[in-house]
Ligand binder design. Structure first.
Ligand code: AMP
Length: 218
């Protein structure tokens, strides 16, 4: 009887372990997908460049800001929870965004790769992302950092006119960026994952600079 119970427990445990493995470790996919993060201050042009990169390579564009705005628009429970935080230009909790990203990365359109836009925004999120990728048997990300001076940012954001693009909120978002997100530059540089690109040029020039950095010369 004890043997049967042990056997059933073993079977259940195996099922649970394999159910969590979206990708068997040896399916050879690890190196062939493109895993990117695009970072930079608010207004640096992350969304624009991420969209172009996602089209160029046929990979999923994942914007945590867009996912959260969709939740607010739907009026979901999560939407209600994050609405005020977003209006003020503060950061939503690490746990919330990590949960959203982990789920999103399981979607079939992420199989050939993805570009994360606006995530990670804190060191805790970067560490959480590493764990997610490990759990999904994926390698590390390459990080494109768009460098744009502060003076150029407010002008760009005010021209964009999104709901959270008021002068007050913009100031706060740039402050939050320097406090919480800028430390990620050193974090990824130390790990050899950082690609710095001058984001203070016309859109097409930023894009071709990124392309040349991502495609190493023959
Ligand atoms: P974005 O579209 O990237 O500018 O994000 C808009 C707003 O969504 C931010 O000001 C934050 O309130 C929230 N948000 C988006 N991504 C994150 C993230 N990775 N961590 C925390 N909050 C986020």
């Amino acid at each position: 009887m004890r043997c049967i119970v042990l056997f059933v427990m073993f079977c259940l445990l195996s099922c649970a372990v394999f159910a969590d493995e979206e990708r068997p470790a040896d399916d050879g996919k690890e190196g062939s997908e493109l895993r990117l993060v695009i970072m930079g201050p608010p207004g640096a042009g992350k969304g624009t460049q991420a969209e172009k990169i996602s089209k160029q390579y046929g990979i999923a564009h994942i914007s945590t800001g867009a996912i959260l705005r969709a939740e607010v628009a739907k009026g979901s429970k999560l939407g209600h929870q994050v609405e005020e935080t977003m209006k003020k230009g503060e950061l939503v909790t690490d746990d919330t965004v990590l949960r959203l990203v982990e789920e999103r990365l399981r979607d079939p359109d992420c199989r050939d790769g993805f570009i994360l836009d606006g995530f990670p925004r804190t060191i805790a999120q970067a560490e959480g992302l590493e764990k997610i990728l490990e759990r999904q048997h994926r390698g590390p990300v390459s990080v494109i950092d768009l460098v744009v001076p502060d003076e150029a940012l407010s002008k760009r954001l005010l021209a964009r006119g999104r709901a959270d693009d008021t002068e007050e909120t913009i100031k706060n978002r740039i402050r939050v960026y320097h406090e919480n997100t800028a430390p990620l530059i050193a974090y990824y540089k130390k790990r050899g994952q950082l690609i710095r690109v001058n984001g203070d040029q016309p859109i097409a020039d930023v894009f071709s600079t990124i392309m040349s950095e991502l495609t190493p010369p023959e």
